[in-house]
Design a protein. Structure first.
Length: 190
C-alpha cells in the first residue's frame, strides 16, 4: 500500500475515534431517560446539600460522629487496619489518577470511539475540582492526629476525596459500559 493510502487510512481511523455513533431511541424512551436523570440529579443534589448543612451546623446525623469514632477505635484489628490501608492507597490521590489514566488510555486504544473514556476522564477531573472546592468551603477537620494510623493527614475531611473519587470512577464507568448494552433502555420503556 502506498504511503498516501496508509496516511488516508490512519486519518480516517483517527477521525472515527473522535466521532460519536448515532443511536436512535424512541421519543418515549428518551423522555423517560431524561426524566429519570433529572429526578436523580435533583434528589442527589438535595440529599448532598442537606448533609452538607448538617456537617456545617454540626446537627442531624453528624451528632453520631463521636459515637462512630469511638466504635471504630474499639474495632481496630491489625488485619482490618492493613485492609483499610490498602484501600486508602488504591483509592487515594496517587493511585486513583494512575488507575484512571491507565483505564482511559487502554480504552481509547481498543475502543472504536474515544468519547466514552474521554467522558470518564472529564468526569473524574470535574469531580476532583468540585471536591477540592467544597472541602475548602466547608472546612471540616479530620479526627485528631493521634487516632490516625496511616500517616498524619491535615486536609479537610468533608466530602471525602477517596469516597467521591471511587464513586465517580465506578458510577461513570458503569454507566458508560452498561449504556452500550442492547437492553440499556429497557427500564425506561416501562
Amino acid at each position: 500500500m502506498s504511503g498516501e493510502g496508509i496516511a488516508r487510512r490512519e486519518h480516517g481511523g483517527l477521525r472515527a475515534k473522535f466521532t460519536t455513533e448515532e443511536r436512535y431511541v424512541p421519543a418515549t424512551v428518551r423522555r423517560n431517560l431524561y426524566i429519570s436523570s433529572a429526578v436523580l440529579i435533583v434528589v442527589g443534589s438535595i440529599l448532598f446539600a442537606a448533609l452538607t448543612v448538617q456537617v456545617v451546623t454540626k446537627t442531624g446525623i453528624v451528632i453520631l460522629d463521636r459515637s462512630a469514632e469511638v466504635w471504630f477505635v474499639t474495632m481496630r484489628r491489625p488485619l482490618l487496619t492493613t485492609i483499610n490501608d490498602v484501600l486508602a492507597v488504591a483509592f487515594g490521590p496517587i493511585a486513583m489518577p494512575i488507575i484512571v489514566f491507565v483505564v482511559c488510555v487502554t480504552w481509547i486504544i481498543f475502543a472504536k470511539h474515544a468519547w466514552r473514556p474521554l467522558l470518564l476522564a472529564g468526569g473524574m477531573i470535574f469531580g476532583v475540582i468540585l471536591i477540592e472546592t467544597i472541602t475548602r468551603i466547608v472546612q471540616r477537620p479530620r479526627p485528631p492526629l493521634d487516632l490516625m494510623l496511616f500517616g498524619k493527614d491535615t486536609t479537610y475531611s468533608f466530602p471525602s476525596g477517596h469516597v467521591c473519587g471511587t464513586a465517580d470512577f465506578f458510577l461513570i464507568t458503569s454507566y458508560l459500559v452498561l449504556s452500550r448494552a442492547p437492553k440499556a433502555g429497557s427500564l425506561a420503556r416501562r
